[in-house]
Design a protein around this ligand. Structure first.
Ligand SMILES: Cc1cc2nc3c(=O)[nH]c(=O)nc-3n(C[C@H](O)[C@H](O)[C@H](O)COP(=O)(O)OP(=O)(O)OC[C@H]3O[C@@H](n4cnc5c(N)ncnc54)[C@H](O)[C@@H]3O)c2cc1C
Length: 394
């Protein structure tokens, strides 16, 4: 195996693949290797939770066909990186062997936050981050009747809806009074609450899973808050993620919640870049959204190859589609109501627009799927209030 590569990318999620694309936009020849810690070719992670009901083939949702990597002279190695040395500009692979890098891009993403609970059933909890987890979830829950999902963010809601549609009796436990509280306002959360419960999902709000114990019959006894105990076949945890910074931290790069990067996505070592869920930006911001990771990957790749592109701190939208309803959130202000906002409710639709100096800076929406792209454009381009009101009239 050739041991020196001009560019090595660790992680073959969207940030890692876009980083390789970014490099190729600038440097047609430099050798690129991507270390892929997963068991299949890079794929669209966001689709996993959205296709559980139908099921999917192993190579479903691929970001690029195999030939694309060959055509662009990008080598993929299927293993994990064990350690990185900044002094020797090298890394060690779990599958044995060392590689030398000229420029390194860390795109290691994030990992599920472990559920901190008591009891002897902890090892039975399922987590969901990658395609192998999706396979394991479908396999483990096949034939089971009762499922509890811990977490009422986007992933928890999607998993609960999917399990319900697969015919299971589902309870969802969320530690906040409102579902999707990070992205939704009370109107949307309330709407989602009624949608989920009218479809038969039991919602336990403002509660936490405290312990999980195995019973003699093979079921799990789950203690929730002070008063509730439920017997279930499977507990799935979706309590959020944390950036996968371990490699960077051990290598001696500056880290806090994520790997600290400047506007050029350069870390504390000038030849090492970080992009996507793992990167922490100057304003302490850590993303967690697909399109942001995509954009960061492209920038980090181009910069590693010699450009000097600054990342703008623009926001990215989040969509949720469950039980035929369409929810949209884009840059929801931390404090609601905000100083300048307009709410519109018509028929089945809902719009809430946030303005700053009469320019659109954020929006929440329900069931206006046809105009979702336009709404995204309106926020990105900061449309004038008048134009927004005309465009979204009726
Ligand atoms: C099921 C699901 C649904 C989602 N839905 C949405 C959505 O609807 N909208 C949205 O905006 N976002 C969504 N997200 C979040 C979105 O997928 C992430 O923001 C995005 O994938 C981040 O991309 P990334 O490349 O930074 O990291 P990741 O996608 O996490 O990829 C990182 C990769 O690095 C690998 N890796 C880690 N350590 C090593 C190592 N030591 N050696 C080699 N490889 C390593 C990992 O195995 C992984 O393959 C969803 C996430 C999940 C899990």
């Amino acid at each position: 195996m050739n041991s020196f590569y001009e560019y090595i990318v660790i992680g073959a999620g969207i940030a890692g693949i876009k980083a390789a694309e970014g490099i190729r936009m600038v440097d047609a020849d430099g050798e690129i290797v991507i270390i892929n810690g997963e068991d299949r070719m890079p794929y669209k992670r966001t689709q996993l939770s959205k296709h559980l009901v139908k099921g999917f083939e192993k190579e479903a949702f691929m970001l690029h066909p195999q030939e694309w990597y060959e055509k662009n002279n990008i080598r993929i190695i299927h293993t994990k990186v064990k350690s990185v040395s900044l002094i020797h500009k090298s890394l060690t692979l779990f599958a044995a062997g060392q590689l030398q890098w000229g420029k390194l891009i860390l795109a290691t993403g994030s990992s599920p936050i472990p559920l901190m609970v008591k009891g002897n059933g902890k090892n039975e909890i399922l987590y969901f981050r990658n395609a192998a987890d999706a396979d394991a979830l479908l396999d483990r829950t096949s034939g089971l009747q009762k499922v509890i999902v811990a977490g009422g963010g986007v992933l928890g809601v999607e998993l609960a809806a999917a399990m319900n549609q697969l015919g299971k009796t589902v309870s969802l436990v969320h530690n906040d009074p409102f579902l999707m509280n990070r992205h939704f306002d009370e109107f949307q959360s309330d709407h989602l609450y009624h949608l989920m419960s009218s479809n038969g999902i039991q919602l336990l709000m403002h509660e936490r899973v405290k312990s999980v114990s195995k019973t003699g019959s093979g079921k799990l006894l789950v203690e929730i808050g002070e008063m509730i105990q439920l017997l279930t076949d499977q507990l799935i945890a979706a309590r959020g993620v944390y950036p996968a910074i371990e490699l960077a931290r051990q290598a001696g790069l500056d880290t806090q919640t994520g790997i600290l990067v400047n506007q050029m996505l350069q870390t504390s070592h000038p030849d090492v870049y970080a992009a996507g869920d793992v990167a922490q930006h100057a304003d302490k911001f850590v993303s967690g959204l697909w399109h942001d990771a995509e954009n960061q990957g492209l920038i980090a790749g181009q910069n590693a190859a010699g450009r000097q592109i600054k990342r703008s701190a623009r926001a990215y939208r989040l969509k949720l589609e469950v039980f035929g309803q369409f929810y949209f959130s884009f840059n929801k202000p931390a404090v609601l109501p905000s100083k300048d906002e307009i709410i519109r409710e018509t028929n089945r639709m809902y719009h809430r627009f946030f303005f700053c100096n009469d320019k659109l800076v954020g929006a929440l929406m329900l069931n206006d799927r046809e105009r979702a792209k336009m709404l995204e454009k309106a926020v990105v381009e900061a449309w004038e209030k008048e134009k927004v009101m005309q465009s979204f009239a009726g």
